[in-house]
Each structure stands twice: as C-alpha cells, then as structure tokens.
Design a protein around this ligand. Structure first.
Ligand code: PLP
Length: 413
C-alpha cells in the first residue's frame, strides 16, 4: 500500500484521481505486483522441470492472463470456455490443464481434441473419456483424504467434498486405464484454498506421491493451488522460500526413487493476483443505529462477494484520508440484502476501526484481485465496474469497460 499526502496511490495516480477519471466503483490492478508475485513464486522452487498453471478462475481478465503468461505461467482451467480463453491469449495447449468437475462429454472432448490434457476428477469422467477417445493422454485428480482452507466451502480434499477420486480407488483407475488403453501421464491433487500452513499441503503431497509411485509412465505430478496470502495484518504469511525448498527437495527425492525426473506442477490463483487488485468505491451515506455506525458506498457484494460468502476479511482503507481520527465503522454496500456488508466475519457483521469516513470519500477494499471481479454478478441490475491496469511505467489502461444496462439486457428475448 503506497501513500502520499495522506492519500492512497497506485503508481503515480491517487485513488481519488482514478475515481474522478473512471467513475466508481472501479477495480484497479497493478502490473508490478502481478509480475512480482509470479517471479517470487518461480524463484522459490529450485526443482526443474517446473510449471506454474495460473488458476484463471481467480481472475480471467485477458490482460492479466497475458501478463502472467509473459512471466511463464500456463493455465489451470475448469471449463471449456476457460480453455478457449487460454488459447486465445496465446497459451499453447500443453501449457493448459483442464480440471473440470462433473464435466459433460462435449466439454471434455472440446478440451481434449484441442490438445489440452483432461484431468479427470471422477471414475465416470475417466470412463467416459476413455470410451470416446480410447488411447487418450489423461491425468487424474486424486482426493488425498486431506483438506485445508479458509472456509469449509473452500476445502476440496477429504471425505466431505465432491472433488477428485479417492486415493484408495487406484485399482479402479488403473482398470479403466487398461480397459481404454489410456496413457495416464499425470497425477493431480488440490486440497483447498487460502492455505497458510505448509504442513497440510505437504501431507497431501505425500499421499499423492504414494499414489504416483504406483503408476508407471507418468510425465508430471500436479499439487494444485491453494497458497494463501495474509489478508489480516496480524496473519503470518506463508514462508514461500521455505515452502518451495521443501516441496522441491521432496519431489527431487521422489523422482530419484521413481527413476525419472517428472515435471512438478502447481496451480496458484489467489497468490498471483490477489494483492494486485483493489476495489475502489465512493462513500455516500453515513447512518447510526444504537449498535453501529454504518458507512454506505456505491458497490456491494455483487462486485466482491467474499465477505458475504465466507466472512472473509479485506483491509478497508479511507483512500481520501489514510491517517486521521479513527472510528468504529461498518462498511456496507448498495445491494438490497442485509448481508451486504464488507466488514464481517464468519459470525456476521463486525465493527472495524478505520479512519473516519465522510460522504464523498473514496474507500479502498484491498487484496481484491482474486475471486473479486471473476465472481461478480449483476444482481439488482447493477452493472459490473470497469477494470483499470496501472502499468509498470505508471501508464493507465482500461482492461474492461464499465458494463451498461444494454449489456445486462442483451441476452433477454
Ligand atoms: C483445481 C484447482 N486448482 C487451483 C485452484 C486455485 O486455488 P487458489 O486460488 O487458492 O490458489 C483451485 C481453486 O479453487 C482449484 O479448484
């Protein structure tokens, strides 16, 4: 977070200047942070061959995809249209992996037939792909019986989640591989999102490698995404250097025993884009009840659903007066739901001590680059905000224009 003259800045531009120019609400991204995150990540893993597949569900703006691709990232995709976008921004099929859940035959074929590896998350998917394309090169997603994440909705390993093929079903996997003469070239797992404790990740890695050990002919093992970032000031960030070194050492040892240097893949989404994005909005209403001081602004959960969906914490900054007299406040949006509050926890509404807001101030909701715009919606017929990229040279580029009423209505017949 950069400040000058008590204002929040993005490169050479103050939040207030950006809002004046593009209107509010507004998503702002910083190219420098995107590139920094990608380089830091790659630098922390010494093992080679190593490939980062950016999980584009976190943010699929093509301009962001292009920057991350320039930094050497391929894509982790979950729909045939995500695959299409990855190819359209210039990724090669082999740089993309498709991990669709409950995918239809048509969707799997659309990916497979363009040369993108299908990572089957169920025996049904593996069987259906095998029948349709005998001999196909495939990967399988294992549920390693271990899960982790910042909220129960975000845990994707263990017996209570719908994802992957349970690790003890390897005999059934191998039978299908044999029946359809498939080339099983990859083993994959992804245990959850927002992980700050490396122990769970390493535990899942061990179980996944236990499966991989029994599969001959592999080309890669993919340990998924999930690397968390510290949303709260007091949170301990993941020690990425230590994490990358441990994963690299562990994998190197495994490959020695396996008898071949396999490719190590990971699929981070949040880690790459989260801190690069900020949602700016304008405060227009101040209201008191016997319990709370409400600060109302012109965006809502329609543009950033994480606080409402998961009770997620985002730092809130008064971008117009970063330091100043503080006041316990509840930041709320303009959507017709009482859950439309940005300052909440899993228990519900929460007061937050922030620099006191006045009507007209710009509020910045930080760390909003991941699962912000990509999970946005048009509820209450409120168009999505524009997205602006602050380049490394300080230049500004609109990378998505503001939606209009006509955009929203375009599909209705
Ligand atoms: C299969 C898979 N890979 C990668 C990710 C990215 O997770 P994150 O953004 O936490 O890194 C997800 C997120 O849900 C996922 O489902």
């Amino acid at each position: 977070m950069r400040t000058a003259a008590n204002q929040l800045y993005f490169g050479p531009h103050s939040a207030a200047q950006l809002c004046e120019r593009y209107g509010t609400p507004l998503y702002v991204y910083e190219e420098e942070i995107l590139r920094r995150q990608a380089r830091e990540l790659v630098g922390c893993f010494s093992y080679r061959p190593f490939r980062v597949h950016y999980a584009m569900k976190a943010n699929f703006n093509p301009a962001i995809l292009r920057i991350l691709h320039e930094e050497g990232c391929g894509a982790d995709t979950v729909s045939d249209l995500e695959v299409r976008l990855g190819l359209e921004v210039g990724m090669k099929p082999e740089e993309i992996i498709f991990t669709g859940d409950n995918s239809t035959d048509e969707e799997m074929l659309a990916c497979h037939d363009q040369g993108v590896i299908v990572n089957a998350g169920s025996l049904s998917q593996l069987d259906r792909l095998g029948r349709l394309r005998p001999g196909a090169r495939v990967s399988v997603r294992i549920n390693p019986d271990v899960g982790a994440g910042h909220h129960s909705h975000c845990i994707t390993g263990g017996p209570h989640t719908k994802f992957g093929i349970y690790h003890d079903l390897l005999p059934e996997i191998l039978a299908l591989v044999q029946r359809h003469r498939l080339a099983l070239v990859g083993i994959h797992c992804h245990i959850g999102t927002g992980i700050l404790d490396a122990a769970k990740f390493l535990e899942a890695m061990d179980i996944t490698l236990g499966v991989a050990r029994k599969v001959p002919g592999l080309e890669f093992v993919d340990f998924g995404g999930g690397l968390g970032i510290a949303y709260r000031e007091e949170q301990q960030p993941l020690d990425l250097r230590e994490f990358g070194a441990r994963v690299s050492r562990h994998f190197e040892k495994f490959c020695g025993e396996y008898g071949k240097p396999l490719e190590l893949k990971i699929e981070p989404g949040r880690f790459l884009v989260c801190q690069a994005g900020t949602l700016l909005a304008r405060v227009n209403t101040l209201k008191d009840t016997p319990a709370h001081h409400f600060v109302g602004c012109d965006t809502g959960f329609n543009h950033l659903i994480r606080p409402m969906a998961y009770g997620s914490y985002h730092r809130i900054v008064n971008a117009s007066r970063v330091e100043g007299p503080q006041r316990q406040s509840v930041l709320c949006g303009n959507i017709c739901e009482s859950g439309d509050v940005f300052t909440q926890s899993s228990e519900g509404i929460e007061d937050r001590l922030v620099s006191e807001f006045r009507a007209g101030d710009v509020v910045a909701i930080l760390d909003a680059g991941a699962y912000g715009m990509s999970m946005s919606m048009q509820y209450n017929i409120r168009p999505r905000p524009p997205e602006v990229l602050v380049g490394q040279d300080g230049g500004l580029r609109v990378i998505r224009r503001r939606e209009t009423y006509e955009d929203i209505m375009a599909g209705y017949v």
